[in-house]
Design a protein around this ligand. Structure first.
Ligand SMILES: Nc1ncnc2c1ncn2[C@@H]1O[C@H](COP(=O)(O)OP(=O)(O)OP(=O)(O)O)[C@@H](O)[C@H]1O
Length: 599
């Protein structure tokens, strides 16, 4: 029998060829490129999240600039030091300019620190606000819309990409602003000292600009690809780790590792391609700087010879040139960062621009007291990308308050789709779904969901205590209420048998608990919500006979007196219903039969 060895030596070499048998059909990986957005447009879109702190941006620029001005003063004093102390050998005059230079350096350092801290403060607040807004938008989307994206890629967009954007709108603005103003400041000082030399130095400016454009465009294109591939790496990682158990049982560990390796290698190639441009740009600038500097020194030597310029003046000019190149260097370093920010911005805007298929109407109202009548009138619904073929068609039923309606039918006939319609994760293409007399589309979403509890097939649990998991449906519930709900759900006994009882922390998806126990926690949560309408989507699926039997008694108590849509394949459970709706009854999935009383 062949056994896999880990770590596989094949992957210790990062550019090794991955296992070809594991090649994906899509060589570009599981994440599509975001639509391109022009940097100016991206800046305009993200500006609202900076607006609140916008006054701090000029404040930071001012602090950095005043700090930089301190450096101008130091250079000026250095010129005096040479011309008035060193050249005439008057060492008694040393202390005054030296003391002023030292004090200026300290003040300058403090101002630059304050400026940099201010930028970080603005940037971090921007990141926090933007991430919160994007997450709020994503939470407003129905699960189907969100699930169309790779979860790992969404997380990459919400972390790395959002952090990179701040370079475009916060740090970038201040850095570019202060660098440009420093350039002007040092440039003005250089012109004041010798306009001829300053003009000579400026001769290289167009070449700087042209090389900036050349490198900037190429870096942006490569950053786009790298961001996409970065998202693919987290997507593949997330999926691979989530499915580690199935990979193990199917002996597919090698394939999973190869997938991670392949996407990682694609990212590596992308990053190296960026590094070739981003890494070449500063040395190219250095060469241009040296050429500019040599021109200046050549002309300066002639000026010195003609007696137009003092030695101190020439040295001070050279120092200004060095200072001039420092902001130019900073701008050049901003280029790859701005490229990354632009590419990251496109990916975050794509998330923000994902429309919700379910929109609350402007004049939507609350449900008021809910009796619990639920009806569908000639409903037709399908999913996008299915050539307009409906999943449900001509669906009509009307059940009174407190009725339990079992919904049955073959797999794929649209039972879960009906559940989505009733909580408005989906709207019908035609026809009407009603709660009491209200068309669901006229109701506020929060109000509708206050009245309806959906217990999905696999009840999700949070990484939190059992108490918090039960109270999730009503966080204000007291411990007594939580315990009562657990008792009603037949969960109290096994909870108190755990070492820490209700304070026991459970892992994601109920890790530590059996399927039946997880389901009973979810039922306790539904008891606590105590809504007039219940939708139970296959509540016993995946449970063995004994666990299913343990769940049926609390489910009966939960359903008593509430309008319940009970989606099930389980004949035993269906018998607890007052009526049954067979979907796909005529042998055609999606075409419903009528509601029949349970015999
Ligand atoms: N988000 C979606 N996008 C596109 N098609 C979907 C989506 N969800 C479901 N479908 C399709 O709609 C049809 C009905 O799916 P639905 O989940 O409602 O069936 P079901 O009766 O609940 O099936 P099961 O008993 O297997 O859970 C299926 O053909 C399915 O492929």
């Amino acid at each position: 029998m062949e056994t896999a060895t880990f770590p596989d030596p094949a992957y210790s070499d990062p550019v090794a060829e991955p296992d070809p048998s594991a090649e994906e059909s899509d060589p570009k990986g599981p994440v599509a490129a975001a639509p391109p957005v022009r940097p100016r447009e991206a800046f305009r879109r993200f500006w609202p999240w900076v607006r609140q702190d916008r006054l701090w941006l000029p404040a930071a620029i001012l602090l950095l600039l005043t700090g930089a001005f301190g450096e101008v003063v130091s250079v000026w004093l250095f010129k005096d030091l040479i011309d008035q102390v060193l050249v005439p050998h008057r060492f008694s005059a040393f202390w005054a300019p030296a003391g002023t230079m030292a004090a200026t350096a300290v003040v300058s350092a403090l101002l630059i620190f304050a400026g940099n801290y201010t930028i970080t403060w603005v940037a971090e607040r921007f990141i926090l606000r933007l991430r919160t807004s994007v997450v709020a938008h994503l939470h407003g989307l129905p699960p189907d819309t969100l699930d169309r994206r790779q979860r790992g890629d969404v997380v990459a967009r919400l972390t790395g990409d959002i952090a990179a954007i701040e370079q475009l709108v916060a740090t970038g603005v201040v850095e570019a602003g202060s660098a440009v103003l420093s350039l002007l400041l040092f440039g003005a000082a250089a012109f004041y000292l010798s306009w001829q030399l300053a003009l000579a130095a400026l001769a290289v400016a167009p070449v700087f600009w042209l090389s900036g454009r050349y490198f900037g465009n190429r870096i942006l294109i490569r950053e786009r690809e790298a961001r996409r591939r970065g998202g693919a790496v987290t997507a593949v990682l997330e999926e691979s780790l989530r499915n580690a158990a199935i990979a193990g049982t199917c002996n597919q560990e090698r394939r999973e590792v190869a997938k991670v390796h392949r996407t990682g290698r694609a990212l590596l190639e992308s990053e190296l391609s960026i590094a070739r441009y981003a890494g070449l740009y500063p040395p190219v600038l250095n060469v241009l700087e040296v050429l500019g500097g040599l021109t200046v020194v050549g002309i300066g030597a002639v000026e010195l010879d003609r007696g137009v310029l003092s030695l101190g003046g020439l040295l001070a000019f050279a120092a200004f040139m060095a200072q001039l190149f420092e902001p130019a260097q900073r701008i050049s370093e901003l280029l790859p960062v701005a490229g990354a920010a632009g590419a990251a911005g496109e990916r975050v805007l794509e998330l923000l621009d994902t429309p919700s298929p379910v929109v609350e109407r402007p004049h939507a109202h609350g449900t008021g007291p809910v009796a619990g009548r639920v009806s569908c009138e000639d409903v037709r619904v399908g999913y996008p990308g299915q050539d307009g073929r409906p999943v449900l068609e001509n669906l009509s039923f009307d059940i009174g308050p407190g009725t339990i309606l079992a919904v049955m039918g073959p797999s794929g006939c649209g039972k879960s789709t009906l559940a989505k319609l009733l909580v408005r994760f989906l709207d019908p293409d035609s026809g009407t779904v009603r709660l009491d007399q209200h068309d669901l589309r006229d109701l506020k979403l929060a109000s509708l969901r206050q009245a309806v509890t959906l217990l999905p097939q696999q009840a999700p649990l949070f990484h939190a205590t059992i108490r918090d998991n039960i109270a999730y449906g009503r966080p204000s519930a007291s411990l007594d209420e939580v315990v009562q709900a657990a008792k009603d759900a037949d969960a109290h006994e096994f909870i108190t048998a755990l070492n820490e009882g209700y304070r026991t922390e459970i892992g994601r998806d109920g890790f530590q608990l059996s399927g039946g126990q997880t389901q009973r926690i979810a039922i306790a949560r539904a008891f606590l919500r105590a809504t007039p309408v219940l939708i139970l989507d296959e509540p016993t699926t995946g449970l063995d006979e004994q666990s299913a039997a343990n769940v049926i008694a609390p489910l009966r108590r939960l359903m008593a007196g509430r309008t319940t849509i009970l989606i099930t394949h389980d004949q035993k459970l269906a018998r607890t219903a007052d009526a049954v709706l067979m979907l796909g009854a005529a042998g055609k999935p999606g075409l419903p039969g009528s509601v029949q009383p349970v015999s």
